[in-house]
Design a protein around this ligand. Structure first.
Ligand code: PMP
Ligand code: GLU
Length: 397
């Protein structure tokens, strides 16, 4: 078959998060005792009141085409939610419902950027940002961050990249994979820099509800006077709704209208019953808050368990996350011991310890590994034991 067939993919490879999850599932299907801490997927069931609303919608015959921009009451509810929870002031016309936050990101980047446009992506970054940029023929400009900076982008370096022509910046707070959370003041500074150079900010706030001993600051509140901002969010993480595939983008009316046109030629929108479920998630405030609080409490317990456990394993340095549900671990000494990069290390852990983690290489930081703590405490405890075994096998002390 001619390679030309794939020309539009421009070398885009399988998502490493999904790839590792697939490998782990294949081994599990072959009855191997694999622990998968690879996918960023809450292990909780979708709260009952949300699931029921989806089922009810099917029974009610809400099984036809959805409007391309999304169900009107859901768009209104998203605008209301962003005003209550994130300090935003949006109209429903500024909201586009999408097939998960992933599609909101794709639509935003594909709409705003074109061939040769440079987009600043701080590393470590979520795996799909650079491929999405490349699919839009744009150029991802990776801006490294360090543990010393709390894995947050240095504003002066962002300014320098804008000055030399970059047109956009992707922010992700709380961050997947590092768990870094930008403060209101840090966000203000980045917005001011973008404003100075007329650059776009795409702010992926999918983990907004999952923070530990800190507050989430949203561009909804911090970028009020600056228009060139698209906020991306969704239902997968805060409401344990990964399989329902509902997300949204919020931004200037004309941009949302253009993104809607794009979506109208590709997938129309996400399934209508799923939009009704999402509507229930936002409109029923009390059960929603209760469900989120319970999940965050459980994540917090697991976070503590892991931080203590990983810190005690020779050669691994965990960085306490302020948000999301990942532990970002410097495993450089393990890589050195094995004589491999983070991908080689993760394959070794999968083969020898039956433990699936995601290599830092996929996030643009090759001496790290990412461990998702969206798993039971029992699974996490067993994972710690397997990591301790690996440290002995690799001769670390
Ligand atoms: N952004 C980040 C940072 C994520 O971790 C994910 C996880 N899937 C997404 C976007 C996409 O989420 P969704 O399931 O809503 O497409
Ligand atoms: N975002 C999650 C992760 O980082 C789910 C997988 C994906 O969509 O990439 O693991």
């Amino acid at each position: 078959m001619s390679v030309q067939v794939y020309a539009n993919l421009g070398g885009v490879e399988e998502s490493a998060t999904l790839g590792m999850t697939r490998l782990a599932a294949e081994l599990k299907a072959a009855d191997l005792p694999v622990i998968s801490l690879s996918a960023g997927e809450p292990d909780f069931a979708t709260p009952g009141f949300i699931a029921e609303a989806g089922i009810e919608a099917i029974r009610d015959g809400q099984t036809h085409y959805p409007p391309a921009a999304g169900l009107a009451p859901l768009r209104a509810e998203v605008a209301a939610y962003l005003s209550q929870e994130c300090g935003g002031a949006y109209t429903p016309e500024q909201v586009l419902v999408t097939v998960g936050a992933k599609q909101a990101l794709f639509n935003a980047i594909f709409t705003l950027f074109g061939p040769g446009n440079r987009i600043v992506i701080p590393a470590p970054y979520w795996v799909s940002y650079p491929p999405i940029a490349r699919l839009a023929r744009a150029v991802p400009v990776i801006l490294e961050t360090t543990a010393a900076d709390g894995f947050k982008p240095d504003p002066d370096r962002v300014a320098a990249l804008f000055r030399s022509g970059a047109r956009g910046l992707v922010l992700n707070s709380p961050s997947n994979p590092s768990g870094a959370v930008l403060s209101g003041a840090e966000l203000d500074r980045l917005v001011a820099i973008a404003a100075k150079y007329d650059a776009w900010i795409i702010s992926d706030e999918i983990y907004h509800a999952i923070v530990y001993n800190t507050e989430h600051a949203s561009v909804a509140a911090r970028a009020r006077d600056y228009e060139r901002v698209v906020l991306v969010n969704g239902f997968s993480k805060a409401f344990a709704m990964t399989g329902w595939r509902v997300g949204y983008a919020v931004g200037p009316r004309e941009v949302i209208a253009a993104m809607t046109r794009l979506q109208g030629h590709i997938n129309t929108n996400t399934a209508l019953p799923c939009q009704y479920a999402a509507l229930a998630a936002l409109s029923e405030r009390e059960p929603r808050q209760r469900a989120i609080e319970e999940m965050v409490l459980a994540f917090n317990r697991r976070r503590d368990l892991l931080l203590k456990g990983v810190a005690a394993i020779p050669g691994l340095t965990p960085y306490p996350p302020d948000g999301a549900f990942y532990l970002w671990i410097d495993a450089g000494r393990w890589c050195d011991s094995l004589g491999a990069n983070s991908t080689g290390l993760c394959m070794d852990l999968l083969d020898n310890e039956r433990l699936a983690l995601v290599p830092g290489e996929a996030f643009g930081a090759d001496r790290f590994i990412r461990l998702s703590f969206a798993a039971t405490e029992e699974a996490l405890t067993e994972a710690l034991e397997r990591l301790a075994d690996a440290s002995v096998r690799l001769g670390l002390r």
